[in-house]
Ligand binder design. Structure first.
Ligand SMILES: NC(=O)c1ccc[n+]([C@@H]2O[C@H](COP(=O)([O-])OP(=O)(O)OC[C@H]3O[C@@H](n4cnc5c(N)ncnc54)[C@H](O)[C@@H]3O)[C@@H](O)[C@H]2O)c1
Length: 449
């Protein structure tokens, strides 16, 4: 991608209807992006099908969900889960009796990790074992799914998988310092990716966050051909991240969270959609705004570009409802603090000489620096401290709104997708939120009249 291609229009669903099948490819967590898309699928009356990544037992073997876990997960999803474990990544796989990649990292210490070399031939064997395990399980999932799709139905596959952080103590310490450390605790993200440990982690991110999309598209080829032969349509979507256009100094401008180590995997994900699209398959990656979820909470400061969504709500002709969001956010601040104080902290960060060089699309994902990490993490900590309760934050309220809007936008755009990679910037997110509230308010007015 040479420059971000924005999704500019808010479209309505014209394809998916009652009885069509929505397949969530990843597990559902309460705050995750997938909840927005699922809401739309439910509203359209679609049949919901999910998968599980499975669970590891005490010996690290992958197992399906127990009956109790399955019932809980199906209740959360509001659909049927195909109970065949689809954990991606090779961090806990190995040839029979051999050590896993995570075992190999267990010997590394905080003093040694930067210079320790890994046995790449052996890691490739672990990766091959994991790929075989994943694709075999996926073939099983697809044959079960095939039986769940009646003739004449349309199918929507929503990929949400992202991850791949190995549970190795040394990595968790390093990650904590990269994403949360300031001053003497700062650590360079470049040092991580220059090390063998970092290279292993990047490979695992590729496996989980990108290659799973290709496996999904490949393994569902027979379903796709059948559905299309019966007159139905098939769509694939995936959530990307590659920075977001937000209001900076009164104009929408591209910016990014730094350091987004998973960025290489996200660019690979874009490439997979482009390859599929070139073959006539409607697979689209939607690059989404920064929000706080179970997965993104590791990145301190991820919420800084989210808070200016409030400015976008006003700029995009926000009415009474947009004002209420401002008031609701202000009410979350402790006495003596205002939203204007929060906004001015964020705008001085964005305008600072420290941050400006990081807003370079072509250089993405840039490594962190001491001054950039100090400023990002420091500002985030200061804004957190301005809240009445650090468990009820402005970023929680705004994350939920972004999840709702992206669900509508992606679901609507999927009827006639425009291309393999598009960005959902704050302008279209704000327009979508304002439009849906305006619509609700005028319906209410009509009912009252
Ligand atoms: N949170 C953000 O700021 C943000 C921004 C843009 C895009 N996204 C993307 O949105 C998608 C959903 O993430 P989210 O932030 O809503 O968080 P989430 O925690 O709700 O979702 C993460 C998903 O990844 C799956 N997953 C994790 N490890 C896995 C593994 N080893 N194998 C298979 N699946 C695995 C989980 O089952 C879950 O479905 C991801 O692709 C993420 O990169 C997030």
């Amino acid at each position: 991608m040479k420059k971000p291609i924005a999704l500019e229009t808010i479209s309505d669903n014209t394809v998916f209807r009652k009885g069509d099948v929505f397949v969530l490819f990843g597990e559902l967590f309460g705050r995750g992006y997938a909840t927005g898309l699922l809401d739309q699928a439910r509203k359209a009356g679609m049949q919901i099908v999910g998968i599980t990544v499975g669970r590891r037992d005490e010996n690290n073997s992958l197992r399906p969900l127990t009956n109790e876990e399955l019932a809980e997960a199906e209740a959360r999803l509001g659909g049927t889960i195909i109970n065949v474990p689809l954990m991606a990544g090779f961090d806990l796989d190995a040839p029979e009796g051999g050590p896993t990649a995570t075992d190999m990292l267990a010997g590394l210490t905080l003093e040694s990790w930067e210079r320790e070399k890994l046995d790449w031939d052996y890691i490739e064997k672990c990766q091959a074992v994991a790929t075989e395990r994943f694709t075999t399980a996926l073939a099983k999932v697809m044959s079960i799914l095939d039986g769940m799709i009646p003739a004449g139905r349309n199918v929507f596959f929503a990929h949400t998988m992202a991850g791949g952080i190995p549970k190795a103590k040394v990595f968790l310490v390093v990650a904590n310092r990269i994403y949360k450390g300031t001053g003497a605790r700062h650590m360079s993200s470049q040092a991580l990716i220059d090390s063998d440990m970092g290279k292993l982690i990047l490979r695992n991110f590729d496996e989980v966050s990108a290659n799973t999309f290709r496996h999904l598209i490949d393994a569902s080829a027979a379903i796709r051909e059948r559905v299309e032969a019966e007159g139905g349509q098939v769509r694939y979507t995936a959530y990307g991240y590659h920075g977001t256009g937000i209001l900076i100094g009164g104009e929408y401008r591209w910016q990014t969270y730094t350091n987004y180590t998973q960025g290489y995997a996200k660019m690979r994900l874009e490439g997979i959609a482009e390859d599929a699209w070139a073959k006539g398959i409607k697979a689209s990656v939607y690059n989404c705004p920064e929000i706080r979820t179970n997965s993104s909470d590791v990145f301190t400061g991820i919420e800084l570009p989210l808070i200016p969504l409030l400015l976008a709500l006003k700029k995009e002709n926000g009415g009474k409802w947009a004002d209420e969001q401002w008031q609701a956010c202000e009410a979350l601040l402790a006495d003596g603090h205002t939203l204007d104080d929060v906004m001015s902290k964020i705008s001085s960060l964005q305008a600072s000489d420290v941050m400006v060089p990081f807003y370079d699309f072509s250089a993405w994902p840039m490594p962190n620096s001491q001054s950039q990490a100090d400023l990002t993490i420091g500002t985030s900590n200061e804004i957190t401290a301005m809240h009445r309760d650090s468990k009820v934050m402005i970023s929680d309220l705004l994350s939920a709104l972004v999840v709702e809007a992206t669900g509508r936008l992606i679901f609507g755009a999927s009827s006639e997708p425009r291309g393999p990679v598009q960005w959902l910037n704050h302008d279209v997110v704000a327009r979508c939120l304002n439009a849906s509230r305006e619509c609700a308010e005028s319906t209410q007015r009509l009912q009252v009249a």
